[in-house]
Every structure is written in C-alpha cells, then in structure tokens.
Design a protein around this ligand. Structure first.
Ligand code: SF4
Length: 402
C-alpha cells in the first residue's frame, strides 16, 4: 500500500527529525495547544470559505456579515486552547490583524467575480511516483476557473512577511498543489499559482512548466526516501533550533530532558547529577586537550624552524630526544589543498580511463546512488546484499559563552 505524505509532514522532518518521530511514528500523547497564529489562519480561511460558498449559491455577503462570521469563529469551542507566545500581544491583537486583513481582501476583490470557483478547501491526493509507492495529500484553499480560461490555484497566507519571488517560483507546496490538480482534472491545461497575502493585501503569482514540476517532484521524492531510510534505521536525531520553544514535545525530547531534569522541571528515572558530572569532566579534559594540541603545533613549528636553520635532525633533552624526518616529494594536490584543481585532475584521469587512481567511496555509493535509487536495478539488486548497519557516536562539546 502506498504510504501517504503531505508537504507539512515532510517539512516537519526537515525541521527536526525527532519531532517527526514524536508526531507521526510514536504519535506521542501530549497536550497540543493551538498557537494563535495558526488559529488566526484557520479563522480567516473559514470566513473566506463561507464568503465563496454563499457567492457560489448566488448570495453576496456584505463586508460586515463576513466579519461577523469571522468574529464568531474566535468565540467557538477551541477558544480555550489558544496559546499566545509573543510578549506584549494578546488574542485581541490577533483578532484585529485578521479583521484588517479580511477588510482589505473584501474591498480589493468585491464583488468576487474573477471567475467560477471550481473547488474550496479541496482535498487532493495523487501518486508521487510511477510505482505508486508514495501518495501526496494536501488541501487547496480555492481553485478558480478564470474568465480567460486559466485555472488559478489560490493559497491564502496570513504570514507577517512576503517571500521573495524566487522562493515562490520554487515553492514545493504550490508545485504539489498543481500536480494534485492536474491529477484530479487532467483537462486543465493552463494553470497559474497564486498566493494571496491577506495582511498586506498583496498577491504573488507564478507559473510552473512541466520541467519545473518534474524537478520538484523528484526533489520531494528524494526527501521522502530520506524519511524512509530514517524510519528503517530508526534514525531521528533532535535538531535544536528556535522552533524548540514552540515544540509540544519539548519535555519528551532527548535534547532537552537532561537540562529540564537538572532544573527539577521534570521527573526522570536517571541520575541527572551524574550526567552533569560526565559532561563537565568531558568539557574540561577536551579543553586541556585543545590547549595541548595548540602548544604541540607551535612547538613543532619552532622545532622545524630551528632544525632547518641549524641543519640538525636530532635534538637531545633530559627526557629523551626528538628526531626530525624531512622528506620532500612531488604529488598532485589533494582535495584539501585545492578542491578546484583536484576536480580538474580527477576529470583528466577519468577521461584517460585510469581507474586504478580511484578508490571506492562506499559512503557516497550508498548515500548518493544506492539509497537515492539512481543505480540500474540489476546493479542495485547485486549490491543490496552487501548493505550493513553501523553505529557511530559523536560527542560534540559546547562551551558556554563561546
Ligand atoms: S524540542 Fe526541538 S529538538 Fe526537541 S523535538 Fe522539539 S523541535 Fe526537535
């Protein structure tokens, strides 16, 4: 059976793999307060949906009727779950933002006769790949068959800022919407993508040709394959960022639990103080190591200078001696010397068929070719039996205030 993905599901993985695991694999039971920005978006979408449903049935709402419908939504049963995180702002401020945005919209687009509404809040679902392994789901705000015969896919935004045009021209969500519409209505030939930024009263448009759509389809396919690999290997590391402050899984997160336990904010089944001691000792020893490495490097440079200048190779000391081997040889630059020259030399050697100059990079073979399914199937089948699992632990020290 095809596995389902949506743009937001893929986005969650890109933002933080661990959050993805909490949400879509473990389905961790946590309280999920609704962020006020998200609620504002839903309230505005709800008002516009009602406006167009009535319009399709021959009734044009007045601006006041639309706003009254919008205000009613804020008074609904979800009101108690709304969470405001920004300081100095309250729910009333967000209600006002929505009122102003809808007013701008109404005044700009009334009497809403840009074309025939084909669908509102339309659920789409289509196979992403020819083998039907993955299905993409999504919901489109409005699809309009314009009077000039062009089909517009319209997405309402309540964001505070507009994206760059370049970002919209490469927008994965909009491309997936278009692929979904083309799947549902194969006869729609001319399609335009439009985002309406309600706060600003602005709109941005783009058109994606078949090549662009294929490029994005392939990119999304690769992202899903990465999620599939992570699922297979159970590899979902936490990726800390500014969004952690809004993450509903914060108290469950492996990146946060030890700190919370030390501050007595959660109860845990492990000895948090012992963990603190381990971290403190590691940081101290690592700091000493770094200092010693720097000292060693400086000493080595002084020794080279000294032995070169006085033409000696052995230095005697109370604790023993140092012997300096100096060897001069010719070679070609490696990738760390100059990656540009390294690339040119590689191409020349490959053109000459000098296969013995290249050693296999098994990581690239796996990650870039095998896992991304870029190899001919016969070769991929032969390689499959050699795939092994390895574990790698990396300890990365962070020093406060650096
Ligand atoms: S708290 Fe941060 S790192 Fe942890 S799951 Fe949430 S987003 Fe990821």
């Amino acid at each position: 059976m095809a596995r389902s993905f949506s743009n937001s599901k893929i986005g969650t993985y890109s933002t933080c793999p661990r959050q993805y695991k909490f949400q879509y694999i473990e389905r961790a039971a946590v309280e999920k307060p609704v962020g006020v920005e998200a609620f504002l978006g839903t309230a505005v979408h709800h008002a516009l949906e009602k406006l167009y449903i009535l319009k399709m049935n021959g009734k044009l709402q007045t601006r006041e009727e639309m706003l009254s419908n919008y205000n009613e939504y804020w008074e609904g049963p979800d009101k108690e779950t709304i969470k405001v995180t920004r300081e100095n702002l309250g729910v009333e401020d967000y209600i006002k933002v929505g009122t102003e945005a809808l007013t701008k919209y109404y005044d700009k687009y009334q009497p809403f006769d840009d074309g025939d509404t084909v669908a509102l809040e339309k659920n789409i679902s289509f196979p992403l790949d020819p083998n039907n392994r993955f299905t993409i789901n999504g919901k489109i705000d409005r699809i309009c068959l314009r009077n000039d015969g062009v089909v517009e896919i319209i997405d309402y935004k309540t964001k505070a800022f507009l994206p760059a045009q370049q970002a919209l021209d490469d927008d994965e969500q909009m491309a997936l919407y278009q692929l979904g519409v083309m799947h549902a209505w194969p006869d729609f030939k001319k399609i335009e993508l439009k985002q309406i930024f309600l706060r600003q009263g602005a709109e941005m448009k783009t058109v994606m040709d078949p090549e662009k759509l294929e490029e994005i389809r392939y990119r999304v396919f690769q992202k899903i394959l990465e999620i599939e690999r992570a699922t297979q290997d159970d590899n979902f590391p936490p990726r800390e960022s500014a969004i952690c402050d809004w993450c509903v899984y914060y108290e469950l997160c492996p990146a946060k639990r030890h700190g919370l336990a030390l501050d007595d904010e959660i109860e845990v089944e492990f000895d948090a103080r012992y963990g603190e001691k381990l971290a403190q000792d590691y940081l101290m020893v690592n700091e000493k190591k770094k200092k010693l490495e720097a000292e060693l490097k400086a000493l080595k440079e002084d020794i080279i200078k000294y032995t070169d200048e006085y033409d000696v190779t052995n230095l005697k000391a109370e604790r023993g001696s140092i012997t300096l081997h100096k060897q001069e040889f010719k070679t070609f630059p490696g990738v760390t010397d100059s990656d540009e020259e390294y690339l040119k030399i590689t191409m020349l050697a490959r053109d000459a068929g000098l296969d013995e100059c290249f050693k296999l990079d098994q990581n690239i073979l796996y990650k870039e070719f095998f896992a991304k399914e870029k190899l001919p199937s016969e070769l991929a089948d032969k390689l499959a039996k050699y795939v092994i699992s390895k574990k790698r632990y990396t300890v990365r020290p962070y020093y406060k205030g650096r």
